[in-house]
Design a protein around this ligand. Structure first.
Ligand code: ADP
Ligand code: MG
Length: 231
């Protein structure tokens, strides 16, 4: 919560991803173990504290969708690979007008079903929690469902049932089924009593966990976007 106030006081529009993940973790979300480094020399300090494979992300206030500009590298086996990719981005990002402020190195989560969990502050209804399935389902098909906060367990289950893509949750087409319980849990942490949206309503206008990666046995928030209220 402190991080939200500081970021707003600094005039930022969006909370940086590491602070966003720390905030999510304080509400009980599972997030990948991560370190933030300023330069390649700092990678040595990471040593054995993170488990391979790693993910490298360039952090910059100028970037909204990191993967669109090549600011995310997945599946890096060694810290030497991380360093090489960092050098690569140092060369490629300035061409796009991006000057990374720091670098996020984190553990790569095992594959799963990618969901979106988040919310908006509606001028009429106040905090509203949202869920959808990741990728094209949210972006192209707008297959999402909303509820006014706070929600309870039954509301969360109904939200999932409402999705046109609900069948995917049950493991359609040979996919592993995702843990519904883990998504319901995340929805309650986001939109329930005492959840992120109600607690952060004064400071934040929008929250997006995109994606929440859901497997048979749990869910992990691998991205975190908090849009700050101006002022
Ligand atoms: P963007 O700013 O483009 O949304 P993300 O941080 O969401 O960047 O990363 C892009 C994609 O990379 C995610 O949708 C997810 O598929 C994958 N990804 C990112 N971080 C991780 C991670 N720690 N473990 C596994 N996959 C990840
Ligand atoms: Mg994302």
């Amino acid at each position: 919560m402190q991080a939200l106030r500081i970021a707003r006081a600094e005039g930022r529009k969006v909370l940086d991803e590491p602070s966003g993940k720390a905030l999510l973790a304080s509400f009980g979300f599972r997030v990948p173990a991560f370190r933030v480094v300023k330069r390649a020399q700092d990678l040595a300090r990471i040593g054995a504290t993170l488990r391979s494979p790693y993910v490298l992300k360039a952090l910059s206030t100028q970037v909204v969708h990191k993967s669109d500009v090549g600011a995310v590298k997945l599946g890096l086996r060694t810290l030497a690979d991380v360093e090489r990719e960092m050098e690569g981005m140092r060369a490629s990002l300035p061409v796009k007008g991006i000057d990374p402020e720091s670098w996020l190195v984190e553990e790569m989560a095992p594959p799963g079903l990618e969901c979106v969990v988040g919310g908006v502050m509606d001028p009429e209804f106040g905090p509203m929690v949202m869920v959808g399935l990741g990728g094209i389902f949210v972006e192209l098909l707008a297959d999402v469902s909303f509820r006014i906060c706070p929600i309870g367990r039954v509301d969360a289950l109904e939200m999932l049932e409402e999705l046109r893509s609900a069948a995917l949750l049950r493991g359609a087409r040979g996919r592993e089924p995702a843990s519904l319980e883990a998504i319901v849990d995340a929805l309650l942490k986001m939109g329930g009593e005492g959840g992120v949206l109600l607690r952060c309503a004064a400071e934040v206008s929008e929250v997006d966990v995109n994606p929440l990666v859901v497997t048979r046995d749990g869910a992990i928030a691998v991205d975190a976007r908090f849009v700050l209220r101006p002022g």
